[in-house]
Design a protein around this ligand. Structure first.
Ligand SMILES: Cc1cc2nc3c(=O)[nH]c(=O)nc-3n(C[C@H](O)[C@H](O)[C@H](O)COP(=O)(O)OP(=O)(O)OC[C@H]3O[C@@H](n4cnc5c(N)ncnc54)[C@H](O)[C@@H]3O)c2cc1C
Length: 432
């Protein structure tokens, strides 16, 4: 198995856009060209706003091209826990926002004609123990009460692999190839009239009240307003709210192609993409190229500035152990590559957007479930920065100027959670 630096989903773009040299002016500068930043810049260009998009590497280089490819209406934290912590109306708003994000991204795929193997087959939050199955039943109830499209499924008719007992089937979303999606969205952004500068990291952002100045290694951008869509790197910029994001490294592994008959033999007749109900999820999905991509389970924190890195061998080995435990019938399948990416965890564990200063807005619609949400929030923030009233879905995650409390995400806490998940696995194996 090769441990790789780039995404394993697609090749890097064949050409790179110019980097910024000199001083330029614009109406709005968007900093960070992931799905969130590209979507914001596209919306602004569409409205005739003079927009500049700065990206430290190439557009989509971050989590947007590296993720597992689930277009999901999940909101990071466990639904039952959210139901316990939040008022019912608040939860309804969050699920409405997340479901609209899914539809937003589906519309973008159609509108821009992006060929990325999107399969709108829904996703199953799958149970691997009786305890998880009971949890799934409770989650389905909370989600249904919050107006989310979700149903409890159980037994062989769920079409899940042996060992997966059932779960919650999300009625919206599905899976795609994020690498191909990014190449399509990047091409659309470049063609749209957005002034794109790649390999141009923003080093400093200053808001002097009448304008925002962004310093880069070889030039500056002066703008009326700015958007920060920098995800895991957010805390690298002093203007971002303190404790906005804790960077967390997440890894994925891909197998060689697996014959469809073998998937039928192990009972995975639905081919439903799955995430488990562990505290730190495991994900398993079949790709359009016939391989299986699986990941998460063991995550690690980092500090800004974030290094470019590959997954650690011991983390990849742990993921493979998990795969072999869950799919004993596929133990002989070769593993080809492993890659990973940085996600930004907010201290509330919920997606957030707000104001860093009078003229600088930010978003962090992430927490490992932000592929569709980051794009939707980018679009809504673009409207907001252009003077529109706060959209209901943006209001659902709006943090304004409030501070962030210290979060629970730390290296030791994540390791302890991994240990607790493994202990639960052992217990359920003993009581089978
Ligand atoms: C391994 C993995 C699996 C995941 N699986 C899923 C999944 O299946 N489904 C799901 O919904 N979500 C998933 N996620 C999360 C999802 O990918 C992210 O929530 C989403 O892509 C975030 O988009 P973004 O645009 O906010 O951030 P990013 O895509 O990370 O983009 C931020 C960009 O900002 C640039 N940048 C940073 N700092 C600067 C700076 N100072 N100047 C200029 N540019 C800068 C970076 O280079 C980067 O390109 C996963 C993430 C990972 C890493």
């Amino acid at each position: 198995m090769k441990l790789i630096h780039d995404t394993g989903w697609a090749a890097q773009p064949a050409t790179v856009e110019p980097h910024l040299v000199g001083d330029i002016d614009c109406d709005v500068v968007v900093i960070g060209g992931g799905g969130g930043g590209m979507s914001a810049a596209l919306r602004l260009a569409d409205k005739g706003v003079d927009v500049v998009l700065l990206e430290a590497k190439t557009l989509g280089w971050g989590a947007t091209s590296r993720n597992a490819g689930y277009i999901t209406n999940s909101i990071a934290a466990d639904p039952e826990l959210l139901g316990f912590l939040l008022k019912r109306e608040r939860l309804r708003e969050l699920y409405r926002y997340a479901e609209n994000a899914v539809h937003f991204t589906e519309d973008a795929i159609k509108q821009y004609g992006i060929d990325c193997g999107y399969q709108p087959e829904g996703i199953v939050m799958a149970a691997v123990s009786k305890g998880q199955l009971r949890h799934a039943r409770r989650n389905a109830k909370v989600m249904a009460e919050a107006g989310s499209s979700a149903e409890f499924v159980e037994g062989p008719e769920a079409g899940l692999p042996e060992g997966f007992l059932g779960g919650v089937r999300e009625g919206v979303g599905g899976t795609l190839n994020p690498g191909e999606f990014v190449l399509g969205l990047r091409a659309t952004t470049i063609a749209s009239g957005v002034r794109v500068y790649e390999r141009t990291p923003a080093l400093d952002v200053t808001d002097t009240g009448d304008r925002v100045t962004v310093a880069t290694p070889n030039g500056t951008v002066k703008a009326r307003k700015a958007l920060l869509t920098t995800n895991a790197d957010s805390s690298g910029l002093a203007i971002a709210p303190k404790r906005l994001a804790t960077p967390v490294w997440t890894s994925l592994v891909e197998t060689e192609p697996v014959a469809p008959e073998r998937l039928d033999d192990i009972g995975w007749t639905s081919r439903a993409p799955m995430v488990t109900l562990h505290m730190i999820i495991e994900s398993y999905r079949v790709t359009p190229r016939g391989t299986i991509v699986f990941g998460t389970r063991r995550v690690q924190t980092g500090r800004n500035p974030l290094p470019e890195r590959t997954p650690d061998q011991h983390v990849a080995d742990d993921l493979v152990r998990g795969f072999h435990d869950r799919f004993p019938g596929l133990r002989d399948v070769e593993l080809t590559q492993a890659w990973g990416g940085w996600i930004g965890m907010s201290s509330t564990w919920l997606p957030v957007a707000g104001e860093a200063s009078d003229n600088v807005l930010y978003s962090l619609a992430c927490n490992g479930h932000g592929f569709a949400q980051a794009q939707y929030v980018g679009h809504l923030l673009a409207d907001r920065i252009d003077g529109a009233p706060l959209h209901n879905d943006l209001a659902a995650i709006w943090h304004g100027r409030k501070r962030f409390w210290p979060g629970f995400v730390s290296g030791p806490a994540l390791y302890a959670t991994w240990l607790a998940d493994r202990a639960a696995d052992r217990l359920s194996a003993l009581t089978k």
